[in-house]
Design a binder for this molecule. Structure first.
Ligand code: ADP
Ligand code: MG
Length: 340
């Protein structure tokens, strides 16, 4: 039975084979899309000399030929509208390391990025450019703030702070979770966003090249908008909306393969956030009472933006290669679970 909750939508994106995969001479694709069922994917499973096809359904499937603009239009354009109407929206990239989470979220941003022109720019640079374009077209006062945090080993750090400082969570008097001391930078234009993020992207790329931490950390980029809505004769209303763009830790860390190379404690902590996220989303979709937000740092900081009136999109990313078959299957199972 397909859930008709539109609170959570799940998309699948399969990246094209990489040059090194093709040149290895070992490459075989196990992923194919179904022309008659455009929102399904077929995975060819080879086990014990037997081959069979497993089909998974999603709200949308992006095959190898889908580009950054296709993904933006289908998954993120509505989030801008909804944020400006006062909703909290979250877009997650979930999947094995090397399948395109960071490419989907960041890609290769440049100051020339236009949201409606195809390029390697991912969702974050497109959202920022598009948002300011929309805001300039509406006749209201507005303000925009951004923050960018990293969660590693259940510790929270501020990517916008030059000191990369460690942050703590607090509950305010209304029970909302707030991140104490987080840099929330007011930005007035898309140029301003780049001024903030340039250094941050350089730091992230450098640290990714140095070690493999990026596969084990989650990053949360948040845009908050306040728009004054004129209310004829009455007081103006301030509409606050949020959009979180979340690049999750590699999902292989959840299961068998990656965990063996890692200290057990670290694996446990990565598991905790990804598994709790899965449980929280399942509880929201199935409306099964208690939602276990408090069980991980990731779900605590997103607590106000998951559930209620919030809108959640998940982009599950996979590789087409047969050597990644087991991880591809677990990603499809994790992601398609929300439909049955
Ligand atoms: P992840 O963040 O999931 O570990 P990356 O985003 O770093 O994966 O992607 C791994 C590699 O694959 C990068 O070199 C990236 O540029 C490339 N890649 C990923 N998705 C695509 C895609 N859809 N089209 C072209 N290249 C891609
Ligand atoms: Mg990445």
């Amino acid at each position: 039975m397909k859930s008709n909750s539109q609170q959570v939508k799940v998309f699948l994106r399969c990246r094209p084979p990489l040059k090194r995969e093709l040149s290895s001479g070992q490459y075989r694709s196990v992923v194919s899309c179904n022309v008659e069922r455009p929102n399904s994917v077929n995975i060819r499973v080879e086990r014990d000399g037997q081959t069979f096809i497993k089909t998974f359904d999603f709200d949308g499937v992006f095959n190898q030929t889908a580009n950054q603009l296709d993904v933006y239009k289908r998954v993120a354009v509505h989030s801008i509208e909804e944020m400006l109407k006062g909703y909290d929206c979250t877009i997650f990239a979930y999947g094995q390391t090397g399948t395109g989470k960071t490419y989907t979220m960041e890609g290769r941003p440049s100051r020339e990025t236009k949201w409606d022109v195809n390029s390697d720019a991912g969702l974050i640079p497109r959202v920022c450019q598009h948002l300011f374009e929309e805001l300039e077209n509406i006749d209201s006062e507005y303000s925009v703030q951004i923050s960018y945090v990293e969660l590693y080993n259940e510790k929270l750090r501020d990517l916008l702070s030059p000191h990369y400082s460690e942050l703590k969570l607090l509950n305010d008097s209304k029970g909302n979770v707030i991140i104490e001391g987080v840099e929330e930078v007011v930005v007035h234009s898309n140029e301003n966003v780049y001024d903030c993020l340039d250094g941050c992207w350089k730091r992230k790329t450098a640290s990714t090249k140095m070690n493999e931490n990026s596969s084990r950390s989650h990053t949360v980029f948040t845009i908050t908008t306040h728009v004054k809505s004129r209310n004829s004769g009455e007081e103006d209303i301030l509409i606050t909306g949020k959009l979180h763009l979340v690049d999750l830790a590699g999902s292989e860390n959840i299961g068998r393969s990656g965990a063996t190379n890692m200290r057990a404690q670290e694996a446990g902590k990565i598991n905790k956030s990804l598994l709790t996220l899965g449980r929280v989303i399942t509880a929201l979709v199935e409306k099964t009472g208690r939602v276990p937000y408090r069980d991980s740092l990731l779900t605590r900081i997103l607590q106000n933006s998951l559930g209620g009136k919030a809108k959640t999109n998940i982009i599950a990313t996979i590789s087409p290669a047969h050597i990644n078959l087991e991880e591809t299957l677990s990603t499809c199972i994790y992601a398609s679970r929300y439909f049955y």
